[in-house]
Every structure is written in structure tokens, then in C-alpha cells.
Ligand binder design. Sequence first.
Ligand SMILES: Nc1nc2c(ncn2[C@@H]2O[C@H](COP(=O)(O)OP(=O)(O)OP(=O)(O)O)[C@@H](O)[C@H]2O)c(=O)[nH]1
Ligand SMILES: [Mg+2]
Length: 374
Amino acid sequence: MGDEQQTPASPAPAPAPAPAPVAATSLGQGDEDHQAESDGAGATTTTAAGAGASTAAGASGEATKAGASKKQPVAIVFVGMAGSGKTTVAQRVSADLHQSNTPVYAMNLDPAVAKVPFGCNIDIRDTVNYKGVMKQYGLGPNGGIMTCLNLFATKFDQVMSLVEKRTDEIDYVLMDTPGQIEVFTWSASGAIITESLAATVPTVLAYVVDTPRTTNPVTFMSNMLYACSIMFKTKLPIVIVFNKTDVVSHEFAQEWMTDFEAFRDALEQHSEAHGEAYIEDLTRSMSLVLDKFYAGIRSCGVSAATGAGIESFYAAVEEARSEYDEFYRPEMERRRDEAKRLEEQHRQAAVARMRKNMKMDENIKTDVGSDAAA
Ligand SMILES: Nc1nc2c(ncn2[C@@H]2O[C@H](COP(=O)(O)OP(=O)(O)OP(=O)(O)O)[C@@H](O)[C@H]2O)c(=O)[nH]1
Ligand SMILES: [Mg+2]
């Protein structure tokens, strides 16, 4: 939620107040990790407010201390257009998990949000002061958010070590991101944050869509292209979360994703009504391109306001986690091995260059020799 607070999509009723997170306690009330969370990530711009940190995860951790065979937690990063409902969906999921005593570790990465409506263990606002950063660096709202994220990214290794310490006791890591989607998804700091998270625990992206605002086929296509580009950039499994289904059902969207004819008909109707033939051509070609993308992703419809459809969200996240295990993790390990191999290659090349520069004869014996016992 940035400075430009988005108006709700539609005649959106206020979301039903989700149950309060279990045992949210403020910083410094006996949870050492929380002290560290606030202290550890301190930057020059810190407000050291400490507010907003809660022990939501730790308090309910015992519920799933399942021992050695416990599955790793899954991290869900909420992204999506401004006002699509990222924060409200995160709030709903957090409340729902707390209600079923499922331990959660929640993070807020939106420095500009006025109030975080769920108990969070890590709050970027405890580390960087958005208004202060804007003033100090003479920035506008987006530059301010970007700089706050950059400052926070420099401390993210500390955040990850806190998460790592908790992996045995938590089942979900929830991460809410700033309203201006591009600030997170196309910035170096956003990449550092998602990559660090994905290197630590299975991570999936929840791309939240404002369903009532997506009934126009051209808007729908733009939204899907954005989701597609984020997936290709991060290479992480993605779940499309059609939100606000209390206002408009998501069925039309899922139909457009699976039935090209239906989408084409909607596009023709739209084009006739608005006389935008050039957009129709472009969108039609794009939708053919997107066919492959649709085949590989999963979607669900939820209402963060009422909680409807939340089960389908968990099911989609589980599928996405399997995809992470099957494709992302091996690919990440391959890239890591490749980076090691290249590093070794560079090292050997540097040694060879040095020998050459020193005009060392290949025959000169440079072995360290055998040890004394030999
Ligand atoms: N009717 C309805 N309204 C919703 C739902 N989810 C969110 N809203 C409303 O949509 C508006 C935006 O919700 P947020 O959760 O702040 O959206 P966001 O994506 O986090 O917004 P930014 O962080 O500013 O990008 C608020 O007025 C919410 O009350 C929903 O499921 N149904
Ligand atoms: Mg938000």
C-alpha cells in the first residue's frame, strides 16, 4: 500500500474482520528472536520503533513440532497490482492459519503501509522510516519505497538466518510486498529478497488479481502478461489468486484461461463495443503466446473479505511447492554448481596467467613436496 491508496475495485465491502493472530505480543516481551529481528536489521534510517513485531509464529510453534520428518515450511510471496488485495489476502491466510494452530512466520515488506493488519514477525517499518528516507534523499513515493527496500535488502541475510532458526517450528512464511508491484518485482533488492528466500525454503509467488477489475478482456490480458513476466523473471512457481470473488466470481477468468474460443468471443464483443481493433489483434496474438503459460500454472478464486475459497488457495500452493521441489530446487543447485565450476575455472586461469607473467618454466618444480612422514 503506497502513498497513493487505491480505492477498492468495486462496491467492495470492508473485509470481514479476520480473527486476530494468536498471541501477538509486542517486541521485547520475552522473545529473543524478536529482539534480534528489530536490532539486527537496524540501518542508519532506522526508527527502532519495534512496533508491529509479534510472536505469532513462536507462540503456536509447538503445534507442529513434528520432529525430524517435519516438512520444510513453504514461503508465499504476495505480489500483484496496487489495490488487488495482497495485504488483505495475507491477513486472511494468516488469520486462518492461526485459527487452525498452524504456525506462521509473517513479514511485511511494504514500508509505506499505514497499518499492517496481521501480526508480523518482521516488519520493514521497524528498520527503515519511509518518510525519513524520502526526506533524506529527496525522493518521491516510489523512489522512497525502492530505497527503503534497498536498505532492507542489505540486511536480508540477517532476516533469513532468523527464518532458518524457525524452520523446524513453522509451516508457512508469508511475505506481503509493496503496492507498486514493479518496485518489488523489477528491482535488484526485490530479486535479492526473493532469491534468498527461495534458497532457504520452498517459495511460491501468489499473484493476487482484482477480479472485478479484470472482467475486461484487455485488462485481463495485461494482468496475465504481468504475471507471466514475473514468473519468467523469478523462475518461481506461481499461483494466480483471483481475489474479491464476493463481488465478481472468478469463473469467467478461469474459463478464459482454458478456453481460447471463449476469450476470443469476449474480445470480439469488447472490440465491437469500443472500436479498438488494433488492441484486439495484439491481445489475440498474446493470448496464443500465453497458452503455454496457462498450461503450467494454477489458479484459484478467493474472497479475502469473507474467506470463501481459501481451501483452494492452500491446494494451489501445495501444487506449486511440489513444482518448486521438482524443478526450481534442482535448477538452483545446478546453477550453484555451475557458479562454483566457473569460479574454479577463473581461479585456475588466474594462476596460469600469473605463471606466464612471471615467465615460469613449466618444468620448474613448484610442488609443495611430500610431507615429512613420507
Ligand atoms: N470486496 C472485497 N474487497 C476486498 C477484498 N480484498 C481486499 N479488498 C479491498 O480492496 C482494497 C485494497 O486491499 P489491500 O489489501 O490494501 O490491497 P493491496 O494489494 O495490499 O494494496 P497496496 O498494498 O496498496 O497495493 C481495500 O479496500 C480492501 O478492503 C475482497 O476479497 N473483497
Ligand atoms: Mg498492501
